[in-house]
Each structure stands twice: as structure tokens, then as C-alpha cells.
Write a protein that binds this ligand. Structure first.
Ligand SMILES: C[S@@+](CC[C@H](N)C(=O)[O-])C[C@H]1O[C@@H](n2cnc3c(N)ncnc32)[C@H](O)[C@@H]1O
Length: 271
């Protein structure tokens, strides 16, 4: 396992592995965006209930997470690490992994503020600095799940999971990715397909230098099968009509009442 960020020993860990071109670009963008995620991160750390995504669906309504008490959990692309904090409070032994030192610095600050310590590791989910079969759950909410190449991070998740372990991760809804305008100035998503479904994989957008990843359903399932994972559940989150528009403005609340703007996969490594 990589050394914890808290002891300052492995600030170079993300450099030691050869980062992909998109990982370098995403690290630079996330270091620049980190300041905008401090206040939302603080609110999420303060929340008692586990919730998912922009539509803010309670875990108690979807029950997609396995029991985490006493389990080893990796959050892949933890950002400010509020998901890790929620699971640590439920007696999981969590580790947060992230590519951005600025995001991890916020996570470390919140650990002190909220009095909750767990390892924070600086590295890429595309080359996880962990031994085979060392976790019972790999979780990601808009972390590695959309910012790392699934053809790199899903095999890594499968490798570090113990037999019987799960990966649970939230991604943008496939229909949303197809309907999202190219430019942020033209958000939110409309009801017209803006791009083809076949061939979905790596996305670059004109407004910034980041790269994100989205697959079609058949490609996700083929990838799980190829990496020895089985689909356990797939939850299409539905928005509430009275929801406030989100600060990201990717979709209007009403859009998310009609089409899934966010989706959660739960896959399992067989025993
Ligand atoms: C949106 S944050 C996710 C955290 C949190 N759930 C949230 O929604 O704010 C995305 C995080 O993914 C991280 N990330 C991007 N690519 C990564 C990679 N290859 N490995 C690990 N983390 C990565 C970024 O540094 C960023 O902190």
C-alpha cells in the first residue's frame, strides 16, 4: 500500500507510476478546481446520511452499498473524501485514493476539522498502489468512475478486490452524456441527442483541458465480463420534481424526473 499522504512520505507516488496523458491533464484541472469543492465538501462531510449524486438520492432508499462495518474499503478518486467519511463512521476501514494533491489537502483538512482519520493516498486509480485482494469494497462517486479510463481502472478494481468483494460506482447517466451540449454556456441538457452512442469512451470538451470517460451499457457489461466481475445491481437514479437546480447545471431537475441523469453500478468479484 502507498504511504499515507498525512505523513508526507509519498507526495511523489503519483509521479512514480507513469501517468497517462489524460491523468496528467485531469490532475492539473482538479488541482485548479479544488478550491471550488471545499465548501460543498464541508457540507457533505457534515451530513449524517449517505446520499448519491446531484439528485441527492438517499442510500437508505436505494440500498446499493453492501454492509461496510469492519470491511476494507477503497474510495477511488475520493476528492474531499466525504464518501470515505460516511463509510468510516459506519465502522469501515477506509482508504481514500486521489490523483490531485490539492483535493487530498482539503480531505486532510476535513479529517482534522471533523476528528476522523483514515489513510489518504496520492496516486492514480489506473495503477492502484495496493496489493492484490486487499479490499472488500471499491467505491466511487464521480471519481475514478468518470475521470479514469474504465479499461484501466476496472481491471485494477478487480485486482485489488477480494473474492466476494464489490465495486459500487456512480456515473453520469448515459442518456445525459448523449444529450449534453458541447459548451457549458449551452447547459443544461436538452432532449436531443448531440452525439452518437456507439463508440462512447473518451470525451474531451471545449471549455477545459480535462478528459472524462463514459461507456455504453453493452461495453460496460463486456468489460465487467472480461475482468471477471458480475453485475449485481444497476440503479437509475430519478430526480425529484421539487429539487433545486444544481450548481453544475448539467441538467434541469425536471429532466432528471424523466430520464436517468445518474446511474450506479454494483458489480461483484465472485468467490
Ligand atoms: C468530483 S471529485 C470526486 C469526489 C467526490 N465524490 C465529489 O463528487 O466531489 C473527482 C476526483 O477524481 C480524481 N481523479 C481524477 N482522475 C483520477 C485518477 N486517475 N485516479 C484517482 N483519482 C482521480 C480527481 O482528482 C478528483 O478529486
Amino acid at each position: 500500500m502507498g504511504a499515507q499522504l498525512a505523513d508526507g512520505a509519498d507526495l511523489e507516488a503519483a509521479e512514480a507510476v507513469k501517468l497517462s496523458d489524460h491523468a496528467r491533464r485531469n490532475r492539473a484541472e482538479w488541482n485548479a478546481w479544488a478550491a471550488e469543492f471545499v465548501e460543498p465538501g464541508r457540507r457533505a462531510w457534515a451530513a449524517e446520511e449517505i446520499s448519491w449524486g446531484i439528485v441527492d438520492t438517499l442510500e437508505s432508499d436505494v440500498r446499493v452499498l453492501p454492509d461496510v462495518a469492519g470491511k476494507d474499503v477503497l474510495e477511488a478518486g475520493c476528492g474531499t473524501a466525504y464518501v470515505s467519511a460516511w463509510l468510516a463512521r459506519r465502522s469501515a476501514r477506509v482508504t481514500g485514493l486521489d490523483l490531485s494533491d490539492a483535493q487530498l489537502a482539503t480531505a486532510r483538512r476535513f479529517q482534522q476539522e471533523f476528528g476522523l482519520e483514515f489513510p489518504l493516498v496520492h496516486g492514480s486509480a489506473e495503477a492502484m498502489p495496493f496489493a492484490d485482494e486487499s479490499f472488500d469494497l471499491v467505491v466511487s462517486e464521480y471519481g475514478a468512475s468518470i475521470w479514469a479510463d474504465p479499461y484501466a481502472w476496472i481491471p485494477e478494481a478487480a485486482r485489488v478486490l477480494r473474492p466476494g468483494g464489490h465495486a459500487v460506482f456512480l456515473v453520469n447517466g448515459t442518456l445525459l452524456v448523449l444529450c449534453m451540449p458541447e459548451l457549458e454556456a449551452e447547459f443544461p441538457a436538452g432532449t436531443r441527442f448531440e452525439r452518437p452512442y456507439f463508440g462512447m469512451h473518451r470525451f474531451e470538451w471545449p471549455d477545459d483541458d480535462s478528459v472524462d470517460f463514459h461507456l455504453g451499457y453493452g461495453d460496460w457489461i463486456s468489460l465487467f465480463t472480461a475482468t471477471g466481475l458480475e453485475v449485481d445491481d444497476f440503479v437509475e437514479l430519478q430526480g425529484k420534481p421539487d429539487a433545486e437546480p444544481s450548481r453544475f447545471n448539467l441538467f434541469a431537475p425536471e429532466w432528471a424526473t424523466k430520464w436517468p441523469a445518474e446511474e450506479i453500478w454494483r458489480v461483484r468479484k465472485p468467490r
